[in-house]
Design a binder for this molecule. Structure first.
Ligand code: ADQ
Length: 507
C-alpha cells in the first residue's frame, strides 16, 4: 500500500470534506503509524473521481491533540484537521451529536443547548474551511458532507469564491418550527446556503429547508415542487434538491453469491441450531434506530408463542457508537437489560431467544449475516435513509427473505415493497413481523425481487454521479446567468479546471 508523507501538499481539483478521514491508524501486525483505508460506500463511490482529479479528502484523523501532516494513501491525498480533546468534547460530542443530531431526528431525545459548544463548533468549522481553502486548486470542486460541517460552505465561499461548492446532508432536515428552536438557526441556514448545491436524502427534507429559507425572506422557487428548486440569496441562486443515498448494490450482490459468503452463511445458521427462521437486525447503537421498541415487539411475540426459540432465532448486532455521550450509555443499558429479560423469560438452556453482539463486523461477515437472515427488521424511529435496508435487499438476488421497514426511514420512500410499519406502535410492529413470516411465499418473493431490482438499478455510484453532475450544472448555469443577466461575474476557475460534471463525464 502506497503511503508517502509530504510537507508541501499540492493543490487538488476535487475535494471531499467530511468530519472523518476515510482512514484508521495501524492494523493487526502493522506499525502504529501506518494508515489503512476504512471501508465504506462513500469512499468507494468517490475513489475513481478522487484518483483522476488529483483528489483530496479533508477531515479529522480520529485522534485528539495530535498534529498529523498531510499524506497520500492509495493515490488519495489526505489533509488531517487536528482537534484538541476540548474540540472533540464541544464540537463533536457536544454541538454535533448532542444538539444537532437529536434535533434533526425529531428531538427523540432532548437536544442540549450549550453556548460554549456552539463556539467550538464555529471554531472547528472555520478550521475545516481554512484547511480546504489551502488545499483547493483554482476553480476546484469541493463536496462538503453532513451535519458536523453546516457552516463550512459559507466560510469556504468567503475564503475561496472561485471554487464550486456542494453540500450534502445525510440525516433528515427537520420541519421549520423544530429547526428554529436552535438559537443559532439563521447562522446554520446561511452556512449551508454558501453552497451552489444543497443536497438532501428526500424531497421532504428539501421542502423543509426551502420553507425555512422562506422564513428568512429568501426567495424560493418553485414552492412545493416536490423537492427541486432554488433559493435566491445575495444575488446567487442556490439549487436545493434530493439525492437519496444508495448502497454498493452490485458489489454486495456478487459477494452474496460468492461461495465463501454462502458457506459462511450456512455455517452461521448451523451455529444458531439450524432454526426454521433467522430474524436479524444490524444497527449502529443509536436512539434513532428504535432498538428497544423492536425488542419489546419481539418480547410480545415470544411471550404469545407466535415465535418460539426452537424455530425462530433473533440476532441483534449493534455497533458501539458515541459511547462518551450519556444518552448513548443509557441506551446501551436499556438494550442489554431487555435482551437479558427476553432471554430470561423465553430462552432455554443453550437456546436463548436473542443472540446479541455488541461489535462491528467486517464487510464479508456482514454480507454472510444478511444472506443468512430470513427476515430483516429495520425499524428506526427516524433515519435519513438507512443503508442496512438497501444492503439486505442487495444480498437477496433470488427473491428469498423479507424486509420489515420503518415508515420513518428515508429508505421507505423508495422501498415501498417492504413490509412498512410504524415502529412507535409495538403491537403493530409485532403484527407486521408475524405477517411477514406467514405471508404466502409467492407474495414474499415478489416483494423481495422488486426490492432487489430497485437497489441494483440505482447504486452508490449512480448517486455520486447524479450529485456531481447536478453540481457541475450549477456552475454552467451561474456562468450563463452572469452573461445573460449581467451580474458581477464570480471569479472564475483557472482556465481548464474541470467542473464536477466533467469529472464524471471523463469516466
Ligand atoms: P448511519 O446512521 O450510520 O448513517 P446506516 O445507513 O444505518 O447509518 O448505516 C451505515 C453503514 O453502517 C451501513 O453500511 C451498515 O452496513 C454499517 N453498519 C451498521 N452496523 C454495523 C455493524 N454492526 N458492523 C458493521 N457495519 C455496520 C447516516 C444516516 C443514515 C444514512 C447514512 C448514509 O443516519 O440515515 O443512510 O448516513 O447517508
Amino acid at each position: 500500500m502506497e503511503q508517502t508523507c509530504t510537507r508541501r501538499p499540492s493543490l487538488s481539483d476535487f475535494l471531499v470534506v467530511a468530519n472523518r478521514l476515510p482512514v484508521t491508524r495501524g492494523g493487526a501486525g502493522q506499525e502504529e503509524t501506518a494508515w489503512r483505508r476504512s471501508p465504506g460506500g462513500l469512499v468507494s463511490a468517490l475513489e475513481p473521481v478522487l484518483r483522476r482529479a488529483r483528489g483530496a479528502w479533508v477531515g479529522w484523523a480520529g485522534c485528539s491533540d495530535q498534529q498529523v501532516a498531510p499524506f497520500t494513501l492509495d493515490g488519495m491525498r489526505m489533509h488531517p484537521v487536528s482537534l484538541s480533546a476540548r474540540d472533540v468534547a464541544g464540537y463533536y460530542e457536544g454541538f454535533a451529536n448532542a444538539t444537532v443530531w437529536p434535533l434533526f431526528h425529531d428531538a427523540i431525545v432532548s437536544p442540549t443547548l450549550i453556548r460554549d459548544w456552539w463556539q467550538r463548533y464555529v471554531e472547528v468549522n472555520t478550521r475545516f474551511a481554512e484547511a480546504t481553502a489551502l488545499a483547493a486548486a483554482p476553480g476546484a470542486t469541493v463536496w462538503v458532507h453532513d451535519y458536523q460541517l453546516l457552516l463550512v460552505p459559507a466560510m469556504l465561499r468567503t475564503l475561496r469564491p472561485d471554487v464550486s461548492i456542494g453540500f450534502f446532508l445525510h440525516i433528515p432536515f427537520p420541519p421549520t418550527e423544530l429547526f428554529m428552536q436552535l438559537p443559532w438557526w439563521p447562522d446554520l441556514l446561511r452556512g449551508m446556503l454558501g453552497a451552489d448545491l444543497v443536497g438532501f436524502q428526500l424531497a421532504r427534507d428539501a421542502d423543509n429547508f426551502r420553507r425555512t429559507a422562506d422564513m428568512r425572506g429568501l426567495a424560493t422557487a418553485p414552492p412545493g415542487s416536490g423537492g427541486g428548486g432554488h433559493v435566491h440569496m445575495g444575488g446567487r441562486a442556490v439549487r436545493v434538491d434530493a439525492f437519496p443515498v444508495a448502497a454498493d448494490g452490485a458489489v454486495l450482490a456478487s459477494l452474496a453469491r460468492s461461495d465463501a459468503v454462502r458457506r459462511r452463511a450456512r455455517q452461521m445458521r448451523a451455529e444458531l441450531g439450524d432454526p426454521r427462521t433467522v430474524i436479524l437486525s444490524v444497527d449502529r447503537l443509536d436512539y434513532t434506530k428504535g432498538v428497544p421498541q423492536r425488542l419489546d415487539a419481539l418480547d410480545k411475540l415470544y411471550a404469545q408463542r407466535r415465535l418460539d426459540v426452537d424455530r425462530h432465532v433473533t440476532v441483534q448486532i449493534v455497533t458501539p457508537s458515541r459511547e462518551r455521550i450519556p444518552q448513548y450509555r443509557e441506551l446501551r443499558k436499556q438494550v442489554e437489560t431487555r435482551v437479558g429479560r427476553i432471554n430470561g423469560a423465553h430462552g432455554r438452556l443453550g437456546q436463548p431467544a436473542v443472540r446479541y453482539l455488541h461489535r462491528s463486523v467486517d464487510r464479508d461477515e456482514m454480507a454472510a449475516f444478511l444472506v443468512a437472515a430470513d427476515l430483516m427488521l429495520v425499524t428506526p424511529l427516524r433515519d435519513g435513509m438507512n443503508l442496512v435496508a438497501k444492503e439486505y435487499a442487495a444480498c437477496h438476488p433470488d427473491g428469498d427473505g423479507a424486509l420489515v421497514l420503518s415508515e420513518f426511514a428515508g429508505a421507505a420512500a423508495e422501498l415501498d415493497a417492504a413490509y412498512l410499519v410504524n415502529p412507535y406502535d409495538t403491537d403493530q410492529l409485532a403484527r407486521m413481523i408475524s405477517t411477514a413470516l406467514d405471508d404466502a411465499p409467492d407474495d414474499r418473493r415478489r416483494r423481495m425481487s422488486t426490492l432487489h431490482e430497485q437497489v441494483l438499478r440505482r447504486d452508490v455510484h449512480t448517486w455520486a454521479r447524479e450529485y456531481l453532475s447536478a453540481l457541475g450544472a450549477t456552475r454552467t448555469d451561474a456562468h450563463r446567468r452572469t452573461v445573460v443577466g449581467g451580474d458581477r461575474p464570480r471569479p472564475r476557475a483557472a482556465a481548464g479546471a474541470p467542473t464536477a460534471g466533467d469529472l464524471w463525464r471523463e469516466q
